[in-house]
Design a protein. Structure first.
Length: 244
């Protein structure tokens, strides 16, 4: 397998003209070395992800995290969900220069009114691999999140968003009370009680478990087997010479 280089963003490669056929010039070149490309700088994403030791994933936890990710009950004013600014139709990211948080109406470029936050919402695709180095090593419990790297795990990142007045908290809860307030809301819904029991083995619902479930869902959103990844793992026919 070729060595990892840069993998935080998702790569999408398409054949020229929509065809995998090669020209006579392409057929005369049989390897990247003939093109003068250093294969040590070409790498693929791992086929599997790592979970923090205190948050092993399971199917029930991912399903719970998906439900919470889409539920505006986590916002103080019940008017915004995680998916509002990280919508799959936008690549789990945001098309606005600066995202609109609490009080807004609509999604992405159609979103208006509300509170403008300080930055654009980045994609969650492949954030499971944040912090990975050239050897493919990373620690999901001690990596970097947000544009300014102020958080060090997906679990911690989710807590920051819940507490942010502009992003999700609004003016219903204080920063000190919002996590407990949201947990009590979730606890009052029987379906959620059942899902927490299935995910964690009991019906305890708190901020720690809410963010662990959301983080588990986010780690499931990966794009790690593109044609580029397959090529970097040694499948030479996955890309044309033109693409290489």
């Amino acid at each position: 397998m070729k060595t990892l280089f840069v993998i935080i963003i998702t790569l999408s490669l398409a054949s020229c003209g929509g065809s995998n056929s090669t020209s006579e010039n392409e057929e005369s070149i049989t390897s990247t070395s003939e093109l003068g490309i250093d294969e040590n700088l070409i790498g693929s994403l791992p086929l599997t992800i790592q979970d923090p030791l205190d948050n092993p994933s399971n199917a029930e936890k991912v399903a719970l995290g998906r439900m919470l990710f889409w539920d505006p009950i986590l916002s103080g004013n019940r008017d915004i969900a995680c998916v509002t600014c990280h919508h799959p139709d936008n690549g789990y990211a945001e098309q606005l220069d600066l995202s609109i948080g609490v009080g807004g109406i609509g999604l992405s470029t159609t979103r208006s009114l509300g509170t403008q936050v300080k930055r654009n919402a980045p994609t969650i695709i492949n954030t499971a691999f944040n912090g990975i180095n050239v050897n493919g090593d990373y620690d999901p419990a001690d990596t970097f999140m947000f544009w300014d790297n102020r958080s060090h795990s997906l679990e911690d990142q989710a807590i920051h968003v819940l507490k942010s007045a502009e992003e999700m908290r609004g003016d219903v809860f204080s920063e000190e009370d919002v996590v407990q307030g949201v947990a009590l809301r979730v606890e009052a819904i029987p379906e959620y009680v059942e899902m927490f029991n299935a995910a964690f083995g009991d019906t305890v619902i708190n901020g720690d478990r809410i963010t662990k479930a959301i983080a588990s869902f986010e780690r499931s959103i990966i794009a790690n087997n593109s044609r580029f990844d397959r090529y970097a793992r040694g499948e030479e026919s996955a890309l044309t010479i033109t693409e290489v």
